[in-house]
Design a protein around this ligand. Structure first.
Ligand SMILES: NC(=O)C1=CN([C@@H]2O[C@H](COP(=O)(O)OP(=O)(O)OC[C@H]3O[C@@H](n4cnc5c(N)ncnc54)[C@H](OP(=O)(O)O)[C@@H]3O)[C@@H](O)[C@H]2O)C=CC1
Ligand SMILES: O=C(O)C1=N[C@H](C(=O)O)C[C@H](O)C1
Length: 269
C-alpha cells in the first residue's frame, strides 16, 4: 500500500470521524488505524463505520503504541491528558504527531515542547487556513492600534464543548498580546461577573458562549472612542479543520524534530 500512513487516536469522536473520512478521500495518504480508550464501545468495530466508508477490515484498537508502530504520523484530537500521553508515545516510537486538542495547561504545553525535541509535531488550536490568517491579521492590528483600542474576543461553540475559552480564542488573544509586545498572562481578562469595576486599560477580554450545534465562531473587537474594528471567522463544517490537520500530517512526515504550528504548514511566517 502506498502513501503516508496516518493513524487517528480518538477516532470515534466528532473530529476523529471527520479525520478518517478526510484521510480516505485525500490522495497521498491512507488510514493506518484508529484507537479509542479501553472500554469505549467503538473498540473492536470496523473503522469504516466511523469513516463513513465501506468496511475497511481494520478494527478500532485500544493500544496506541501499536498504532504508532503501524503509522508514519498520528493525528490526535482527544483530551489534554490523552494528548500528553500520545506525545510521549510519539517520542518513544520515533513518529510524528499532529494535535489539535485544546484546553492544555502550561505544564501540558511544556511537555509537548519537551517531547518535540526528538520528533516533529504540529500543535495548533485551529487547523483552518482562515483562522491561521486571522491570527496574523489580529497581531498586525494590535500592533498598529495601540492601547486606546480595547480588545475583546467573543467565541461561540456547540453545547458539547468542554473547555473555555476556546483554544482559538486564547490563540487570538496571544496574537494580540504579541502585537502589543506584552505577556497575555499580565493582561488577560477571562470572563467578567458581578462588581467588576471599570475595564482595565490594556486588558484583553474573552467571553465564551455555548449552544446548539455551532461549529466555531470567533470575533475580535478593537473598540475605541468613536470607532470599532471587528475581525472574525465562522466555521460551518468540521471538514475545514480535518483538511488542515491532514495537510499538516502530510507536511510533517519526515521533517526535522521540533514543535511547529499551522503558520509553518501554510507557509505564513
Ligand atoms: N485544532 C482544531 O482545529 C480543532 C480542535 N478541536 C479540539 O479537539 C478536541 C476534540 O474535539 P471533539 O472531536 O469535538 O471531541 P470528542 O469528545 O467528540 O472526541 C474526542 C475523542 O477522543 C476520545 N478519547 C479520550 N481519551 C482518549 C484516549 N486516551 N485514547 C483515545 N481516545 C480518547 C474520546 O472518547 P470518550 O468520549 O470516551 O472520552 C472521544 O471519542 C477538543 O479539544 C477540541 O477543542 C476541535 C475541532 C477543531
Ligand atoms: O471544540 C471544538 O469544537 C473546537 N475547538 C477548537 C477551539 O477550542 O478553538 C477549534 C474550533 O473552534 C472547534
Amino acid at each position: 500500500m502506498s502513501g503516508i500512513a496516518i493513524g487517528v487516536v480518538g477516532c470515534a469522536g466528532r473530529m476523529g470521524r471527520m479525520l478518517l473520512a478526510t484521510i480516505a478521500a485525500t490522495d497521498g495518504c491512507r488510514i493506518a488505524g484508529g484507537t479509542e480508550a479501553r472500554g469505549n464501545e467503538a473498540v473492536g468495530q470496523d473503522l469504516g463505520r466511523f469513516a463513513g466508508t465501506d468496511p475497511l477490515g481494520i478494527p478500532v484498537g485500544d493500544d496506541p503504541a501499536a498504532l504508532f508502530d503501524a503509522a508514519d504520523v498520528v493525528i490526535d484530537f482527544t483530551r489534554p491528558k490523552a494528548t500528553v500521553a500520545h506525545a510521549r508515545l510519539a517520542a518513544a516510537r520515533g513518529k510524528a504527531l499532529v494535535t489539535g486538542t485544546t484546553g492544555l495547561d502550561a505544564g501540558d504545553e511544556a511537555m509537548l515542547r519537551e517531547t518535540a525535541r526528538g520528533v516533529p509535531m504540529v500543535y495548533a488550536p485551529n487547523m483552518s487556513l482562515g483562522v491561521t490568517l486571522l491570527m496574523h491579521l489580529v497581531e498586525q492590528a494590535a500592533a498598529r492600534l495601540g492601547p486606546d483600542y480595547d480588545i475583546e474576543i467573543v467565541e461561540m461553540h456547540h453545547r458539547h464543548k468542554i473547555d473555555a475559552p476556546s483554544g482559538t480564542a486564547l490563540g487570538l488573544a496571544r496574537a494580540a498580546a504579541r502585537g502589543r509586545d506584552v505577556s497575555l498572562d499580565d493582561v488577560a481578562d477571562r470572563g467578567r461577573d458581578g462588581d467588576t469595576g471599570p475595564r482595565r486599560r490594556g486588558a484583553i477580554g474573552m467571553a465564551a458562549l455555548r449552544g446548539g450545534d455551532v461549529v466555531g465562531d470567533h470575533q475580535v473587537i478593537f473598540a475605541a472612542d468613536g470607532e470599532r474594528l471587528e475581525l472574525g471567522h465562522r466555521a460551518s463544517s468540521r471538514e475545514t479543520f480535518a483538511r488542515g490537520a491532514v495537510a499538516a500530517a502530510i507536511w510533517v512526515a519526515g521533517r526535522t524534530p521540533g514543535l511547529y504550528d499551522m503558520r509553518d504548514v501554510l507557509d505564513l511566517r
